[in-house]
Design a protein. Structure first.
Length: 460
């Protein structure tokens, strides 16, 4: 739906708010200078002149000429700007998919169907996939009459994974003197699915399954790696230094690593806690995004070294399967996860998944740690260990994401909750060390590869 609206007469003489302006390059500072004043701007000056000429017209013909000249000139500018606005069409084209923390190309096509050239206009767009939300598109040089112009705007997708929507397009058109203003609104509600960007891990490990065909004596001391040489490839950040082939690297003057055949070792279950009781943060900087990034990186890292993988969350259940298509499906499911109601705790989720865990398989539990019941969680881990389930816990340190005071809470209350979260985490770490549950801790600001390189509790 497309609508054209003229700026109301009273809006020309009111004080503009600071939120109505964007200070990006290309902003009209002269327009900002006049619009920020209530008693002196272009419209006030023209209104005073028009009144002055009308009063002078009672005593002199010059006043009549000046009054008619100004009136006709203003009318010409108004109808010219109106014609431009009625003939302006804006089309937005966005990609169906984009990668997190990467730029997505937004293409804007402007069609000028009027008989006049467009010289002063800009477009404001809205996208929930970026932290800035608002997008300003300016066009230098204008658009000639009866012509089409395209421009691509690179928008960074840094507000998290999942499906993000684009808001309505609002194009603002003014005359060359900035006196009259029209807006063209296009209700084009497009959406972009922001997919994850997995990280290469080195050092994250799980124990072999008791019913694995490769359990026991093996050609390799590391799970998932065989002594059979497979080939060479270029070094990628995150590869282990121990795999670098220094002779070949010196010959080619670039780092080259050895590749070995992988071995299947276990059935893997991944449980991702999306209960709202402990998730904290804001768009693009929150605990659930950290948990989803860790989960997707773990899935990509362990998929070649596992037999089958299944996934559980509050509202999602992906059964056991294998293969690359299954990995891509799970990655897309994890990318669309969002925090649920606070009453759906992670302990209940973990206990509901127990009947689906094969004997002797492996479990990875990914969750934030803030208001968790550490005693109940430790008891659940102990019960799983007693059933020969090899458990690995990946916790997100949630108190690091308390950047602002939540509504209704004082600074003292927040500090007390953070202290309780630290005590609960230390208690849980102590119990996990006693029952043999390897625990990784994800800290805000620390690279994911570093956090998952070695557990803070337990070593394999």
């Amino acid at each position: 739906m497309r609508s054209v609206r003229a700026k109301k007469f009273g809006d020309y003489f009111r004080r503009e708010g600071e939120n109505d302006f964007n200070f990006e390059p290309g902003f009209d500072w002269d327009q900002f200078f006049y619009h920020r004043r209530t008693r002196f701007n272009r419209q006030w000056v023209l209104l005073f002149l028009l009144i002055g000429f009308a009063v002078t017209a009672f005593w002199s013909r010059v006043g009549v000429v000046l009054f008619l000249t100004e009136t006709l000139s203003l009318a010409g500018l108004f109808f010219r700007t109106r014609a431009v606005a009625m003939g302006l069409y804006v089309i937005r084209r966005v990609p169906n998919r984009a990668r997190k923390s990467h730029n997505a190309p937004f293409e804007y096509e402007i069609r000028n169907a009027s008989e006049f050239a467009i010289s002063h206009f800009w477009i404001r767009d809205f996208f929930t996939g970026t932290k800035r939300r608002g997008i300003l598109v300016t066009f230098l040089g204008g658009i000639p009459a009866l012509s089409i112009r395209k421009q691509i705007k690179e928008v960074i997708c840094d507000a998290g994974m999942g499906v993000h929507s684009c808001g309505p397009l609002v194009a603002t058109i003014t005359d060359p003197f900035g006196i009259f203003e029209f807006t063209v609104k296009v209700d084009d509600l497009s959406s972009v699915q922001v997919l994850p960007d997995s990280r290469l891990l080195d050092g994250f490990r799980i124990l072999d399954s008791l019913d694995s065909s490769a359990f026991g004596m093996s050609e390799s001391v590391r799970a998932g790696h065989s002594a059979n040489f497979l080939g060479l490839r270029e070094y990628v950040p995150g590869d282990s230094i121990r795999r670098i082939n220094w002779k070949v690297s010196a010959r080619h003057r670039s780092l080259v690593v050895n590749m070995y055949e992988s071995m299947v070792h276990t059935d893997l279950t991944v449980v991702v806690d999306m209960g709202g009781e402990s998730h904290i943060g804001r768009a693009g900087d929150n605990t659930w995004e950290m948990a989803k990034e860790a989960t997707i990186s773990i899935l990509h890292d362990l998929q070649p070294r596992t037999h089958r993988i299944q996934l559980f969350s509050q509202n999602v259940s992906v059964p056991f399967e294998r293969g690359l298509s299954h990995l891509l499906h799970m990655s897309q499911v994890v990318a669309n996860l969002e925090p649920t109601r606070p009453d759906e705790s992670g302990i209940e989720l973990l206990r509901k998944s127990i009947p689906n865990l094969p004997y002797g398989s492996s479990l990875i539990y990914v969750a934030p740690i803030y208001q968790n019941d550490s005693l109940a969680l430790a008891q659940t881990f102990a019960m799983l260990v007693s059933r020969a389930i090899r458990c690995v816990a990946v916790f997100v340190q949630a108190e690091d994401y308390v950047l602002a005071l939540p509504p209704g809470l004082t600074r003292h209350v927040v500090s007390e909750k953070n202290r309780e979260a630290v005590d609960a985490r230390e208690a849980l770490m102590k119990v996990n060390a006693q029952i043999g549950v390897a625990t990784y801790l994800l800290v805000r600001g620390r690279p994911l590869v570093r956090s998952l390189s070695r557990p803070v509790v337990g070593t394999w």
